[in-house]
Write a protein that binds this ligand. Structure first.
Ligand code: KG4
Ligand code: ZN
Length: 348
């Protein structure tokens, strides 16, 4: 609707420079510049390389977003920016840019939480999020299960990974299978030709003795080690590694744990909506398994399209739009870039 505020969002917490523009729940522009290829040969994101790439990309990406939306900075009602969590130097570029644009154009600025933005982005595809909802956030840096009572003011963490993040597990397993970085997409692709039941990999923190203390927590480090041992044994025996079967069996183990814990949280709390966000939410098996299992319990699964699951500026704009609509006050112009911003802080 034309009378809804026009919100611009800036994302620079990791390796994607994103600028998105939304009006209400309508996405008008989603410009992205990625430094992922510069990190590929290191097998992980190199913070200094990411910061420099953001510095080079931020102004052109901003210009592209404004052109794509057919608006000027003067038309924007508020600017939202990822304040944290993320890489300190990378966050700083986005936060400094947001402050500069806000000051120059006399616009309010909202420093927001990257993880809450991964939840909010779903509203661009599926409309307002029913509250309360359960959110499963799975990315390269985080794996959390949250109770979302009021996305504008706070979320309640139910559980999180106690070691590796889900995306990190995909990246590490891909590396030992000789697949490129980031590992999620190639494993997803390989797995389509593999047998998910070929190898029985462990499901972390699902045994009765672990559930007492870690009902909604995750652990992927044991799974990663199990895959490494299995692959090494094959190599020692001089046998070829069946990459498709290992990929499918590993992916099945991750998706099994993620969906069973997320749906257990929904059922225990009597909640009918599960929203899944973060880069790993782009995984085709996770999406299919969540929907299939949720149907039995009458739980609705909301997962945005893959391009909105991985880091982007639109998600930050979507959360900014939600905050403005909820009447939340903007941040001060000295808002911080906080690499360790707690999950419970939606805006600073
Ligand atoms: O949300 P995101 O773009 O950045 C972070 O905030 O970390 O997530 C990146 C992570 C990477 O670990 C990547 O391997 C994973 O998301 N990922 C996937 C898929 N696409 C991206 N994991 C599994 N399947 C995919 N299709
Ligand atoms: Zn992310």
């Amino acid at each position: 609707m034309a009378d809804e505020p026009l919100i611009l969002g800036i994302e620079t917490s990791c390796d994607e420079t994103g600028v998105g523009i939304v009006r209400g729940h309508t996405l008008l522009a989603d410009a992205l510049a990625s430094s992922v290829e510069e990190h590929a040969r290191f097998g992980g994101v190199v913070p200094e390389v990411a910061s420099r790439a953001h510095l080079e990309a931020i102004v052109p990406t901003m210009d592209r977003a404004l052109t794509e939306a057919g608006v000027t900075l003067a038309d924007i009602d508020a600017i939202a920016v990822t304040s944290g969590p993320g890489l300190a130097g990378a966050l700083l570029v986005g936060v400094a840019a947001a402050k500069g644009y806000a000051l120059a154009a006399e616009k309010p600025v909202y420093g927001v939480n990257h993880l809450a933005a991964h939840v909010a982005v779903d509203t661009l595809e599926h409309g307002p999020l029913p509250e309360p909802a359960i959110a499963l956030l799975v990315s390269g840096g985080h794996s959390s299960l949250l109770l979302v009572d009021d996305l504008a003011r706070g979320v309640t963490p139910l559980g999180a990974t106690i070691d590796d993040a889900a995306g990190e597990a995909f990246d590490k397993v891909a590396r030992l299978l000789g697949l490129p970085f980031p590992g999620g997409p190639p494993i997803d692709r390989e797995a389509r030709a593999g047998d998910a039941a070929a190898i029985a990999f462990p499901r972390g923190l699902t045994a009765a003795k672990d559930l007492a203390a870690h009902r909604y927590d995750f652990s992927f480090s044991g799974l990663k080690t199990a895959v490494a041992r299995w692959v090494e044994a094959r190599q020692r025996a001089g046998e070829p590694v069946p990459v498709a079967d290992v990929s499918a069996s590993f992916q099945e183990a991750v998706c099994d744990v993620l969906t069973s814990k997320a749906l257990a949280a929904c059922r225990a709390q009597g909640i009918e909506t599960l929203v899944i966000g973060g880069g790993v939410a782009a995984n085709s098996r996770l999406r299919a398994m969540a929907e299939q299992r949720a149907e039995k319990y009458g739980i609705q699964v909301r997962v945005p399209r893959p391009k909105l699951c991985t880091d982007n500026g639109a998600m930050v704009a979507a959360l900014g739009s939600h905050l403005v609509a909820a009447g939340v006050a903007p941040s001060r112009l000295d808002l911080p870039a906080d690499s360790a911003l707690p999950l419970t802080t939606v805006s600073v």
